[in-house]
Design a protein around this ligand. Structure first.
Ligand code: ATP
Ligand code: MG
Length: 440
């Protein structure tokens, strides 16, 4: 049995990235997990990994205290250790410095070896990796993806705060569907049936009454019937809503938001992007705008038979993206193809003030001008086979005068697929949920 030490009063004095030749001779305490143990004659190179990089601990027979040497010999990769020692400037070491150990605490020992190498070699399929997700997240590529996600999220918050939107959080447990449909997860709420939200749509619309411009970044839940590379049952949605504007205004906000996010990632995540072997293509503003009717015409010219009024299939959007490879909007959808809260055009009610933002054949966002008249909302609810009574909690607010408003919802996970060029949404989500996966 290997003895396990307690952390006790030891605290890390330096992270890997803080080590430098300038600290020559200084005593430091470093901590991390063992990413490799390499023997070379009488020297053992112990490489410790912390969240920012690696520290080289150099153990020398005859020089390193016997007590430390003995313990190093029992170490297995992924074990967690703390080392106290002196810094030595070494050109070839990471950060130009190594640590000559004087004392060591073994904080935990890995009794198992990961079933696959986290550093190079062939990776097993994602399902095998997800089974030990938090461990496999030590992989450099996975580290890069989630650092980029952090940076993208911060950029999104910064941008929307700079445009004067207020960040809000709305409830995730609701009494009735946002948009109807079968994709809701029921939950037992005390003795009643309730649901997990599929979108903060109605709340964010209501909040334009009191705050005018709001955004929410939070989870939404959809019981997607099929398992695809682009659908999960739980995602993070970036929702934006604004009073006194229409869909053309929020399309501008959205394209600038995407542009700002991609530019920030390109500037701040150079090493992560290099790790992924990916270059961020910062899109040119403004994005191409195609009406739904134009798209149908382009498709017909390309031999596709999608009829006006039908949804545009993934295969069809692939054809469009051959012509428009960067981001593009599809605007002015048939009213019947959009949810009840989307505003039909006054002059042509069969067409709605709506848009989808696409990159290639991937939908990233949907939005539009919303109805702000209770009468029209009630009419549209009925036309879509929904019961206005179930939406009474929402509709009654419209009696007090709802400002005209517009907004959009964008999937963060989908945006991450675009930035990192990952084809499977599960790669950019820590703990993905789908029809077959409820753990870890
Ligand atoms: P799709 O047609 O791709 O299934 P949708 O039109 O049903 O998406 P919306 O209700 O418009 O989705 O949701 C707004 C955005 O949220 C989408 O554009 C997409 O980025 C993201 N999104 C929606 N559902 C999912 C899902 N199940 N998995 C991942 N992202 C999703
Ligand atoms: Mg959509």
């Amino acid at each position: 049995m290997v003895k396990i030490d307690e952390l006790g009063d030891w605290r890390r004095t330096h992270r890997s990235v803080n080590l430098s030749p300038k600290l020559e001779g200084q005593q430091v305490t470093v901590m991390g997990w063992v990413s490799s143990i390499r023997r070379q004659g009488g020297i053992i190179f112990l490489i410790l990994q912390d969240s920012e990089g690696v520290v080289q601990v150099t153990v020398k027979t005859g020089k390193t205290p016997e007590s430390v040497l003995k313990r190093v010999e029992t170490l297995t990769p992924h074990s967690v250790v703390a080392v106290k020692g002196k810094v030595k400037a070494i050109d070839k070491a990471p950060n130009g410095a190594e640590v000559s150990p004087e004392e060591m605490r073994v904080l935990n020992v890995a009794t198992k070896t990961p079933p696959f190498s986290l550093f190079g070699g062939e990776l097993p399929n994602i399902d095998k990796r997800l089974d030990i997700r938090s461990l496999e997240l030590r992989r450099p590529k996975a580290q890069a993806i989630f650092r980029i996600r952090h940076t993208a999220l911060a950029a999104i918050r910064d941008f929307l705060s700079s445009t004067g939107h207020l960040e809000v959080q709305t409830s995730k447990i609701i009494a009735s569907a946002t948009e109807g449909g079968a994709s809701l997860f029921p939950v037992l709420y005390y003795d009643k049936e309730a649901f997990l939200v599929q979108s903060p749509q109605l709340y964010k619309e209501q909040l334009t009454m009191s705050f005018e411009k709001v955004f929410e970044i939070g989870p939404v839940f959809r019981a997607e019937p099929s398992r695809t590379l682009r659908h999960l049952a739980e995602i993070i949605s970036i929702d934006v809503e604004e009073a006194y504007v229409s869909y053309t205004d929020v399309m501008e906000t959205l394209e600038k938001l995407v542009h700002h996010t991609m530019k920030t990632v390109a500037e701040k995540c150079k090493s992560e992007l290099k790790e992924l072997g990916v270059e961020v293509e910062i899109p040119k503003l403004p994005f191409k705008r195609l009406t739904y009717t134009e798209v149908i015409d382009i498709l017909h010219d390309a031999g596709d038979r999608t009829a006006w009024g039908e949804d545009i299939s993934t295969a069809a959007t692939k054809k469009i993206s051959e012509i428009y490879p960067s981001f593009y909007f599809i605007t002015d959808w048939p009213t019947d193809a959009k949810p009840f809260y989307i505003k039909p055009r006054t002059d042509k009610p069969e067409i709605s003030e709506s848009f989808d933002l696409m990159k290639g054949s991937l939908e990233i966002s949907s939005g539009g001008t919303r109805l702000s008249s209770k009468k029209l909302l009630t009419k549209r609810l009925k036309e879509q086979g929904l019961k206005p009574r179930t939406f009474e909690y929402h509709l009654k607010l419209f009696d007090y005068g709802m400002p005209p408003h517009a907004g959009f919802g964008m999937g963060l996970d989908r945006l991450m697929m675009i930035i990192t060029k990952e084809e499977n949404i599960r790669e950019v989500t820590l703990f993905p949920r789908d029809r077959l996966r409820l753990s870890p």
